[in-house]
Write a protein that binds this ligand. Structure first.
Ligand code: AMP
Ligand code: ZN
Length: 115
């Protein structure tokens, strides 16, 4: 996807502080962190929103692998015991800004529930 910021990061055309990568997933620091730990976990494949995931076994594997990367990074960044939040925004009312599916991993301070 030509104009997608996260595709550009995946392709190495835009810099990012990459903290994890494998054949299907990349994770990097959020450029505008809202918590001491704020990482983004992103499939390499362009999927615009959570609505665009299918029930195929490929997508089922992908979404569980994204969650397992969140779990692994929470442990690596030492927020697994204190606690953390994983969230996905979907479409306008959630405030989704980048239309390439991603998980936010947030922690490092007590997180209020905002809605
Ligand atoms: P969302 O509202 O769920 O689409 O969140 C998009 C997130 O991407 C926001 O938290 C932004 O701060 C973050 N972001 C935007 N551009 C970049 C970038 N070039 N590198 C890292 N994070 C970014
Ligand atoms: Zn993309």
């Amino acid at each position: 996807m030509q104009d997608c910021i996260f595709c550009k990061i995946v392709n190495g055309d835009l810099p990012a502080k990459i903290i994890y990568q494998d054949e299907e997933i990349i994770a990097f620091d959020d450029i505008h962190p809202i918590a001491p730990i704020h990482k983004l976990i992103v499939p390499r494949k362009h999927i615009a929103t959570l609505n665009d995931l299918s029930s195929s076994s490929n997508d089922k594997n992908l979404i569980s692998n994204l969650m397992l990367v969140a779990q692994k990074l929470a442990s690596e960044f030492n927020i697994d015991k204190s606690g953390y939040r994983v969230l996905v925004n979907c479409n306008k009312d959630s405030g989704q800004l980048i239309y390439h599916l991603h998980l936010h991993l947030l922690g490092g301070r007590p997180l209020a529930f905002a809605c």
